[in-house]
Write a protein that binds this ligand. Sequence first.
Ligand code: P6P
Length: 335
Amino acid sequence: MKRISLTRYLIEEQRDNNSIPAELRLLIEVVARACKTISHSVSKGALGDVLGAAGSENVQGEIQKKLDIISNEILLEANEWGGHLAAMASEEMENFHPIPNRYPKGEYMLLFDPLDGSSNIDVNVSIGTIFSVLKAPEGMKEPCEKDFLQPGSKQVAAGYAVYGPQTVLVLTTGNGVHAFTLDREMGSWVMTQRDMKIPADTAEYAINASNARHWYPPVRRYISELEAGKTGPRGKNFNMRWIASMVADVHRILNRGGIFMYPADEREPDKPGKLRLLYEANPMSLLVEQAGGAATNGEMRILDIQPTKLHERVAVFLGSKNEVELVTRYHAAQG
Ligand code: P6P
C-alpha cells in the first residue's frame, strides 16, 4: 500500500470523491494536530507531572485525571479560532462550548471524549481520544443543546486516536475506515492501513465479566454459550479480552474482529449502560459499520437512536456482524 500523509489522503478524497469539503478537511487536520499534542503529553507520563487526579469530578460524576483536563483544553484551544466550527461538546464539560464571538463560526459541530480510558492513564495502558463531527442544522443562528441531538447516522466524520505502543489515528468520512500512524520524527500522520474490514465471524469477545451477576438474561445466555466453548452450543472455543479503554478494544476489533459489549444491567434499571451515545457509541458505531461490522444497543441500530440529552448513555454491542446480530436476536427473543 502506498504510504501517503493524512493531508494527501484528505486532499485526494476531496478532489476525487468530492466527499470532504474544504472546511471539513481543515477540521480533521486540526483535530489530528491536537491528537499529536495530546499524544506528546500522554507519553511524558511521570516526567511531565501529568499523571494522577485533578481533584475534580466531571458531569458524569467521575474523578477527573489531570490528563483528562489537559486533553480537553488542547482540543478546545486547537479548534475554537479556525472558523470551521459552530460549537463543541465534550464528555468533560456539562454544557456545550459555543465558539467565542471574537472568532468566525463554521458549519460543523465537534463532539469528543478527550481522553477515553482514564483509569488506565496512571498504569501505562493504552488510552485514546474519540471524536464525532456533525453538521450544524440549516439556518442555525445561536447553537443550543438540541442542535447536537442528531442520530449517529448524521455524522459526517468520526474517528479516534489510540495512544499505545504506536499512536494511530483511525478515521472515516463515510468512504471506508483508514488508519494513520504518527511518524514522530517527521511529526506527520502516515497512512498505514486503507479500508479496514471487520471479519463477520470471530472467536474473541470483550466484556467486563465482573458484572456478570447483574446482567439481564439475553446477555447471560449469550456469554454462557461463549464460555461453554467447543462442547457447548457454539461448537468452538472463544477467547476474552477487556482493556477497559473502549478505544483500545475497538482498535483490536477493527484489526482482527471481535465483539465489544457494555450492556445495561440490573443495578440501575433506568440507566441504559455506561457508555455515552453522542461521543463514544456513535463515532465508534460509524467506524464499525464502515468497516463492515454492526453496532446495536441490544434492540436497535445505535446510529438510528434519536438522542434526547447531550450526555445520554447507551448499551453497546458492536463488532463482528454475525455475533452482534446473534446477541441482538437473543434480546428480541426475550421480548
Ligand atoms: P469498566 C473508560 O472509562 C470507559 O468509558 C470505556 O473506555 C471502557 O470500555 C469502559 O469505560 C470500561 O468500564 O466498568 O470496565 O471500568
